[in-house]
Design a protein around this ligand. Structure first.
Ligand code: 5GP
Length: 203
């Protein structure tokens, strides 16, 4: 185990397959946990409160911001999304790799707060495939999908701000690549100072 946990920023446009890929990573690893975000958007069918998000009103969300309970938050497609602070700090203390599945504005805030955070951008193989996936999802109307596609193009341009690029050509490949990143990050010297000093003292 590393000295502390690892904070992982995980972004990708709507329709890039973040949910599917992440759920496989979480199934494979018990040292990786996902932070459950809070949102003011409507629950989609199949989503569960407390699992996919905490679904709240704008008033409740704004109160949490003013009480300083959010690590970061952003407005996206006319809704608020944010990361509750306390659970993340607790999981990091336990040495876990904590994934924040957030969009690019939130990612920027987290990088400033936690310079050690690792950021991964999940991209579709092409924007044509992204559009196909978004329309095929059938959970939103045409206008919402079009709006999300415009945002997606802007987001993909900001992938250069991230540490790692993972192309989601197949779910298994993407999962493998993400686990490789986590494994390598865990081995970094600056995440293992305590164990290194023990090794040095015993030489
Ligand atoms: P969706 O409505 O498709 O679930 O999410 C829309 C966008 O909000 C996605 O890009 C997702 O990564 C982002 N998002 C989800 N939770 C958070 C959060 O806590 N903070 C920020 N900044 N973005 C989030």
């Amino acid at each position: 185990m590393t000295d502390n946990g690892i904070l992982i920023i995980f972004s990708g446009p709507s329709g890039s397959g973040k949910g599917t890929v992440l759920s496989k990573v979480l199934q494979n690893r018990n040292d990786v946990k996902l932070s459950v975000s809070m949102t003011t958007r409507e629950k989609r069918s199949g989503e569960i409160d407390g699992v996919h998000y905490y679904y709240v009103t704008r008033d409740y969300f704004e109160k949490k911001i003013s009480d300083n309970k959010m690590l970061e938050y952003a407005e996206y497609a006319d809704n608020l999304y944010g990361t509750p602070k306390d659970p993340v700090d607790e999981m990091l203390k336990e040495g876990l790799a904590v994934i924040l599945e957030i969009e690019v504005q939130g990612a920027e805030k987290i990088r400033n707060l936690y310079p050690d955070a690792v950021s991964i951008f999940l991209a579709p193989p092409s924007t044509a495939i992204l559009e196909e996936r978004l329309r095929g999802r059938n959970t939103e109307d045409d206008e919402t999908v079009n709006h999300r596609l415009v945002i997606a193009r802007e987001e993909i341009r900001r992938a250069v701000e991230y540490d790692y690029l993972v192309i989601n050509d197949t779910v298994d490949n993407a999962v493998d690549r993400i686990e490789t990143i986590i494994n390598a990050e865990r081995l970094k010297i600056n995440r293992n100072k305590k164990i290194l000093s023990e090794v040095i003292n015993n030489v």
